[in-house]
Design a protein around this ligand. Structure first.
Ligand SMILES: [Zn+2]
Length: 344
């Protein structure tokens, strides 16, 4: 039985310090680009029919699961003694920073790796870039080489940071950490799996009121496990409410019954959450504008809420939609939600 904070620390030190998935960080990959190749397979994504011809059935199956039918973005590196090692070091979940003209201009996350000379030839007209990796969550950044070189020079060995990136580099752990901190990216690999035991331990240790769920490490383990259950390795998923596909980064794993009212058993039930988009569905459900009754979304009788014309529109667009997360196992959570909001 855990009585207080210092006991929690002891438990963490003892049992989960070595298995804590948060200890596994993403590495940062510095990737110089050839502009015409970048245009071909990153600015424009690569249709699945091209990929299908060149990768194994198993590889294609995994990729399709990740991308949910959306065409992926692809990059490839050469096979020299040095780049081979970089490719081997590279892991799914690592953060790639793309570089041209002494500037890091985009970042993304490695989602999958596959070696294929044929695919390299199809994509870039040469067998050279056979060490291929797939990328997701590409976003613009704007960081000069001078800045980045200074950030990753942990030992401060250099005095002049104005030098180019000569080839692909996978940064070591400390340098990766410094770069991720600088970019304000969470250092955890989004593809790291949390075991059921780690999840259970995190939920049981996360004593109500003593810690903030969203920011403490146990809260993150809990969230990550629930998200893994909902999204797997997919980059896109449907919102449970409006039914549209969104990048999973724009979906919450939202508790049907408010988390703070759940007992431990309910918190451990992974069916307690469903994907809700950040474009309004999450707020409408969380604040109690809408609920689910007999498997269908409906407007709740909730007098304490403000209803503007726009909110009315949003609510009526959802009303009557089927909720695929409503089952005999989750019914009681939805009933709790409706009851809670209609009797506020
Ligand atoms: Zn939605």
């Amino acid at each position: 039985m855990i009585e207080n904070q210092s006991d929690i620390k002891d438990v963490l030190k003892g049992s989960s310090a070595t298995t804590n998935p948060l200890a596994r960080t993403s590495c940062v990959i510095l990737q110089p680009i050839d502009e015409s190749n970048y245009k071909k397979t990153i600015e424009k994504s690569v249709p699945f029919n091209l990929i299908e011809k060149r990768l194994t059935k198993e590889e294609v199956k995994k990729l399709k699961e990740i991308y949910n039918g959306v065409s992926p973005q692809v990059w490839g590196i050469t096979d020299t003694k040095r780049t081979k090692v970089s490719y081997k070091d590279m892991q799914v979940g690592d953060v790639v920073l793309f570089n041209k003209s002494k500037n890091y201009f985009a970042k993304g996350v490695v989602t999958f790796k596959a070696v294929s000379e044929k695919l390299s030839e199809d994509l870039w007209g040469t067998l050279e870039f056979k060490n291929i990796y797939f990328i997701g969550w590409i976003e613009s950044i704007n960081i000069s080489n001078i800045m980045m070189n200074e950030v990753i020079d942990i030992e401060k060995m250099s005095s002049n940071y104005d030098y180019p990136l000569f080839g692909v580099r996978v940064l070591k752990e400390k340098q990766s950490q410094a770069a991720l901190d600088f970019l304000d990216i969470e250092n955890t690999n989004p593809f790291v799996e949390v075991s059921a035991n780690e999840f259970e331990e995190a939920v049981r240790l996360n004593i109500e009121g003593s810690l903030d769920t969203s920011t403490n490490s146990k809260g993150r383990v809990e969230q990550r496990y629930l998200r893994n259950k909902l999204f797997g390795k997919r980059l896109f998923e449907k919102c449970a409410c409006c039914g549209f596909d969104y990048p999973v980064t724009q979906l919450y794993a939202a508790h049907i019954k408010k988390r703070k009212f759940c007992n431990v058993e309910e918190k451990l039930d992974t069916r307690i959450v469903m994907p809700m988009c950040k474009y309004g569905c999450d707020v409408m459900f969380e604040d109690g504008y809408i609920g689910v009754e007999a498997g269908k979304f409906k407007k709740l009788k909730n007098n304490s809420l403000t209803l503007t014309t726009r909110i009315e529109e949003l609510v009526s667009a959802i009303e009557g939609k089927q909720c695929s997360y409503w089952t005999s196992d989750t019914k009681s959570y939805f009933e709790w939600h409706k009851e809670f909001h209609e009797n506020k």
